[in-house]
Design a protein around this ligand. Structure first.
Ligand code: GDP
Ligand code: IMO
Ligand code: MG
Length: 430
């Protein structure tokens, strides 16, 4: 049995797309289980760049089954646009499978997301309609893909739209939505994807039972999780490992390993506390060197030092068995580097990530300083190629988290990846 869940260990954009693409070569099936087009996963192969929002980052391999699970908030228009974009880049989506239970993200969800961001709830969302879509799912007024294919869909939609329109008109003073217009947009998208729709829980469970290798690709990151993140500055789904079971319809007994993707420093997009943030020229250097601008919104990402308090928290709430470190090459030019090992709060040192945002806001990072390597890592392909100071940095991460590092990314390209342990069997696997 080889089912690996891959999650972001920080606030998203850790390089999950790159690591998923790399691991996908050894997998049979790659599954997205939560989030929606708020995700922006980048894969670079031979200088060609692919931006994936809804489609799993295994799609570049034509023989792999790629699944959009039931837990994804599915914007059909965006999906069709993404399919067309990939096809224009010469990529086939023939092996894409979409859960009939996935909830559909409607045009009014995007409108509400925009309006809420202008009002009392300024979280810095991607304005992709994610919060409102998951709210409707929980409120049980959402529509699943299977519902769109049934005869009474338009009358059910009319009921929901009339309720949405009352809020839009009376609370926000905005024009409402027209059911026929929504249908005119949805209908061709449904036709485009119809042949890909199936019971993906059945498909994935069958593959696991047959001994196939399944990789679950998390979107966002641990600290954006609705339960475990820096609430309310979070997304509305469960990016943590447990979300893979719910969002793909597989039991926890089927999961063999959980891989945390850790950026060698920390970034965050949107609002909310960030203890190791560097609002100075060092942070600006990281942003430029790491090209830290959002894949989905283009917004500059906030940058700061690596935070081991966050990583230990990610180990705990995800049950991480392995870590992949990415973007370590972005730190090439520093004389020395800092890693946060605890938070000073008043006269106490906190070793665990606090639940109160007020406490988090008032925490001062306690750093250890380590030596930089001052040389380019871009060409390193084996662990032994890395300078001693880089190896010490990697070993410090493993020591501080208690979790072994199985991969190190030294550049955005697929081949700029060092593997120290195979996750899907093969030499070196315990
Ligand atoms: P994701 O959302 O976790 O998939 O991450 P994003 O794709 O949003 O952001 C990661 C960015 O870093 C992308 O532009 C990647 O191409 C790039 N990237 C990934 N790994 C590395 C690496 O090891 N080094 C460098 N320099 N860039 C990387
Ligand atoms: P990937 O998968 C980084 C952030 C938004 C905002 C908060 C809520 O590429 O790592 P939402 O639109 O989800 O309601 O926004 O979450 N956010 C991300 N930040 N990477 C992402 O995805 C994100 N998806 C959402 O910036 O702070
Ligand atoms: Mg991203």
């Amino acid at each position: 049995m080889a089912a690996v869940v891959l999650v972001g260990a920080q606030w998203g954009d850790e390089g999950k797309g790159k690591i998923t693409d790399f691991l996908a070569e050894q997998a049979d099936c790659i599954v997205r289980y939560q989030g929606g087009s708020n995700a922006g996963h980048t894969v670079v192969v031979g200088g060609q760049k692919f931006m994936l929002h809804l489609i799993p980052s295994g799609i570049l391999y034509p023989d792999k089954v790629c699944v959009i699970g039931n837990g994804v908030a599915l914007d059909l228009e965006m999906l069709v646009r993404e399919i067309e974009g990939l096809e224009a880049q010469g990529i086939s989506v023939a092996n894409l499978r979409i859960s009939s239970r996935a909830h559909i993200l409607m045009p009014y969800h995007k409108k509400f997301d925009e309006l809420q961001e202008l009002g009392c709830r300024q979280l810095g969302t991607t304005k992709r309609g994610i919060g409102p879509a998951y709210t409707d799912k929980m409120e049980r007024v959402g529509f699943r893909l299977v519902d769109l294919l049934e005869a009474d869909f338009l009358s059910r939609l009319a009921t929901v739209v009339s309720a949405k329109n009352r809020v839009l008109e009376q609370v926000y003073g905005e024009a409402g939505f027209d059911v026929d217009q929504i249908w005119a947009t949805l209908a061709p998208c449904i036709e485009r994807v119809r042949g890909h729709v199936t019971d993906t829980s059945l498909l994935v469970n069958r593959m696991v039972s047959e001994g196939k290798r399944v990789l679950f690709e998390g979107a966002q990151g641990t600290l954006l999780d609705i339960d475990h993140g820096t609430y309310p500055y979070v997304t509305s789904s469960s990016p943590t490992a447990g979300g893979a079971c719910v969002g793909a319809g597989v039991g926890p007994t089927k999961i063999s390993r959980v891989l945390g993707v850790v950026k060698a420093y920390t970034t965050r997009v949107g609002e909310g506390p960030f203890p190791t943030e560097l609002a100075d020229e060092v942070g600006e250097f990281m942003r430029q060197r790491g090209a830290e601008f959002g894949t989905t919104t283009g917004r500059p990402r906030r940058c700061g030092w690596l935070d081991a308090v966050i990583l230990r928290y990610a180990v705990r709430v995800n049950g991480l068995t392995d870590i992949a470190i990415t973007k370590i090459d972005v730190l090439d030019d520093f004389d020395s580097l800092k890693i946060c090992v605890g938070y000073r709060y008043g006269d106490r040192i906190l070793e665990e990530f606090p639940e109160s945002l007020k406490v988090l806001q008032d925490c001062e990072p306690v750093y250890v300083e380590v030596e930089g390597w001052k040389t380019s890592l871009a060409g390193c392909r084996e662990y032994q190629d890395l300078p001693e100071a880089t190896r010490r940095y990697v070993e410090t991460v493993a020591k501080l988290t208690g979790v072994p590092v199985c991969m190190i990314a030294v550049g955005p390209e697929r081949h700029q990846t060092i593997v120290t342990k195979s996750l899907f069997g093969g030499p070196g696997t315990p």
